[in-house]
Design a protein around this ligand. Structure first.
Ligand code: IMP
Ligand code: MG
Length: 178
């Protein structure tokens, strides 16, 4: 693995908390009166975000499920090939909220959407913590976006570079040293 240095902090732990709270407020008002919800966390990047988000949702019966998706492999450039695992749990007839760390080319959520619609949920919404719209290739628009960011590679709060740095409590821009 090439060396890496933190170039700058994009979002502090406190700022991330604010972003997640705002998203939860919006989702709560849209789901007002809903009895149940399946939150589908896209592994691995959305793990921290999902954990923080679900604790702020007001729906009485929330099920948390997981799905594995990856498009990057071990690089910081999307391979263009999306691999999506089998979703845990049965979403047929349920209101589903897919929680993803970042929307980049849009390929991951685009292929996931197709896959999930075949499973006949009652409703399907997508929430991305971060969005890099300038990089979009597939036509995909999330229902909820925490923060729109420029085309920079970020790590922390679940996001990785070659499986590292997911544990950082903040989100940082990295610089790769060759
Ligand atoms: P997409 O299919 O190109 O939209 O890819 C989305 C996936 O790429 C995300 O779930 C992340 O795993 C990964 N990704 C995209 N941008 C970044 C980044 O800046 N840092 C870390 N992972 C990223
Ligand atoms: Mg991911």
């Amino acid at each position: 693995m090439r060396g890496m240095t933190i170039k700058k902090i994009m979002f502090t732990e406190e700022e991330l908390g604010g972003i997640v709270s705002e998203l939860a407020d919006k989702i709560n008002s849209d789901l007002c009166g809903a009895e149940s919800l399946t939150v589908l966390c896209v592994l691995k990047g959305a793990v921290m975000f999902t954990a923080d988000l679900v604790r702020r949702l007001n729906v009485p019966d929330i099920r948390i499920e997981f799905i594995r998706a990856s498009s990057y492999g071990k690089s910081d450039v999307s391979s263009g090939e999306v691999s999506v695992g089998d979703a845990t749990g049965d979403i047929r007839g349920r209101d589903v909220l897919v929680v993803e760390d970042i929307i980049d080319t849009g390929r991951t959520l685009n292929s996931l959407k197709e896959r999930l619609l075949n499973m006949r949920p009652k409703s399907l919404r997508f929430c991305g913590l971060f969005d890099k719209p300038s990089r979009r290739i597939a036509d995909f628009k999330a229902d909820y976006v925490g923060a729109v960011i420029p085309d920079e590679f970020i790590v922390g709060y679940g996001l990785d570079y070659a499986e590292c740095y997911r544990h950082l409590p903040y989100v940082a821009v990295i610089e790769l040293n060759s």
